[in-house]
Design a protein around this ligand. Structure first.
Ligand code: PEP
Ligand code: MN
Length: 449
């Protein structure tokens, strides 16, 4: 800490600061300059002289080290890795996706969602039991029975579960039923609650307060750490700004800022961060790109009829598409972390057999696709070698035929997706060949001159 004295400070005032520092068991190093005097204050408990700025002759007090000792990367360089029942979060681990409904509404709703998110590759199931709603008339959650349902989902699907606590006296129930205790944005500065979860043996996910600075957030984490719980995960979930187009402003710059200030793992919540279903996937990808250790996403079997946060909840299909994208970009590598509990028992030999048939079919499909591309090029050569060979009307007719001409498990929409991709690849081949034909013409023309 550095105390800067006013240029007009007297000898007595400088002495007064030195005395206060020393009386509090700290050391003062006085440096007298041409214009003013500065005093370096050194010691382990600088909080004791937090009032130095109010002493006579003092202009300002500058803190050099961070006030959050345990959360700070100044004192722990190695990044903390939080272990949650077989799932590891932080320090070079694969992105951990937590997903599930905003609120647990019924056993069916929870189990159906658990099945879906597990199948898609989520590794933690979320579900609110106690909902801190802005209005007292909104759905407040099912309470303890919801925690028991989460416990049941954990046992059935082998997914660790996370739920939000609102009352410090509930810590024993959370210890019993959930794997991660969430402290919500509205309770980030509820210091009684922070101290209580600090005594839990469960990891704590601490959301950023609605209008909390990063320093206030890290000091909130410090409450949990200093109460004895080292497993704190920070969650950026958007802050209040003047913008009204989104529910909150998702502050993704907080991720790299935190990375430089703390060793704690950081996850991003694009659901509460945006408030709109259509914005969740792009901001989830952005969160992963900016270096988050995980994501937490609201998913509901029927978002339009959700009892809370339906507008920002993804349908199963939308969640699956997001997971595909996260896998395509290699943020998520595993298809599913653990095998699904078998509903019908299929001998592994039989599965191998079916998989081999799929592999054979894929090889044949690849050959057929190549053959199709060669024919498309043939059309192009016969028409005009330097023009694209495709014909928009024929493509549209082909898509229509493909979508309706067969029966099988694929819906017309899914079949259209396949042919759409095929046509896109085919156009790319034709464009590339038209381009090289043009270049060859140009070269011939050049050498003829
Ligand atoms: C929640 O996760 O359901 C929730 C209430 O989040 P937040 O505390 O970020 O508003
Ligand atoms: Mn919610």
């Amino acid at each position: 800490m550095i105390v800067v004295m006013r240029p007009t400070a007297t000898r007595d005032e400088i002495d007064g600061v030195r005395r206060t520092v020393e009386e509090n068991g700290l050391e003062a190093f006085i440096s007298v300059g041409e214009e003013r005097t500065v005093i370096g204050v050194v010691g382990s408990d600088l909080e004791r002289v937090a009032h130095l700025g109010t002493l006579d002759g003092v202009e300002q007090v500058i803190r050099i080290s961070s006030p959050y000792k345990l959360a700070s990367s100044e004192h722990q360089v190695e990044r903390t890795r939080v272990r949650i029942n077989g799932v590891e979060l932080g320090l070079g681990q694969e992105l951990v996706v937590m997903a599930g409904p905003c609120a647990v509404e019924s056993r069916e709703q929870l189990m159906e969602t658990a099945r879906c998110v597990k199948r898609e590759g989520a590794r933690v199931l979320r579900g609110g039991a106690f909902k801190p709603r802005t209005s007292p008339y909104s759905f407040q959650g099912l309470g303890l029975p919801a925690l028991e349902l989460l416990h049941e989902a954990h046992d059935t699907y082998g997914l660790p579960v996370i739920s939000e606590i609102v009352d410090p006296t509930d810590v024993p129930a959370f210890d019993e039923h959930v794997d991660i205790i969430q402290v919500g944005a509205r309770n980030m500065a509820n210091f009684v609650l922070l101290k209580a979860v600090g005594q839990s043996r469960r990891p704590v996910l601490l959301k950023r307060g609605l209008s909390a600075t990063i320093e206030e957030w890290l000091l909130a984490a410090e409450y949990i750490l200093s109460a004895g719980n080292p497993n704190v995960i920070l969650c950026e979930r958007g802050i209040r700004t003047f913008e009204t187009a989104t529910r909150n402003t998702l502050d993704l710059s907080a991720v790299p800022v935190l990375r430089s200030r703390t060793h704690l793992p950081i996850i991003v919540d694009p659901s509460h961060g945006t408030g709109h279903r259509a914005l969740v996937a792009p901001m989830a990808l952005a969160g992963a790109a900016v270096g988050a250790d995980g994501l937490i996403i609201e998913v509901h079997p029927d978002p339009a009829n959700a009892r809370s946060d339906g507008d920002q909840s993804l349908s199963f299909d939308e969640f699956g598409t997001l997971m595909d994208e996260l896998r395509r970009l290699q943020f998520v590598r595993t298809a599913d972390a653990q095998p699904m509990p078998a509903t019908t028992s299929v001998a592994s030999g039989e599965i191998e057999d079916v998989r081999n048939r799929i592999d054979d079919l894929d090889a044949r499909l690849a050959e057929m696709v190549q053959e199709r591309a060669a024919l498309a090029l043939e059309v192009q050569r016969r028409r005009e070698p330097t023009a694209h060979g495709h014909d928009v009307r024929r493509e549209r007719a082909l898509l229509e035929r493909a979508a309706t001409g067969t029966t099988g498990p694929m819906s017309p929409v899914e079949l259209t997706m396949v042919f759409d991709a095929l046509l896109r690849a085919s156009r790319s081949v034709q464009r590339r060949h038209a381009q090289s034909a043009t270049e060859a013409d140009a070269a011939a023309a050049g050498s003829g001159r």
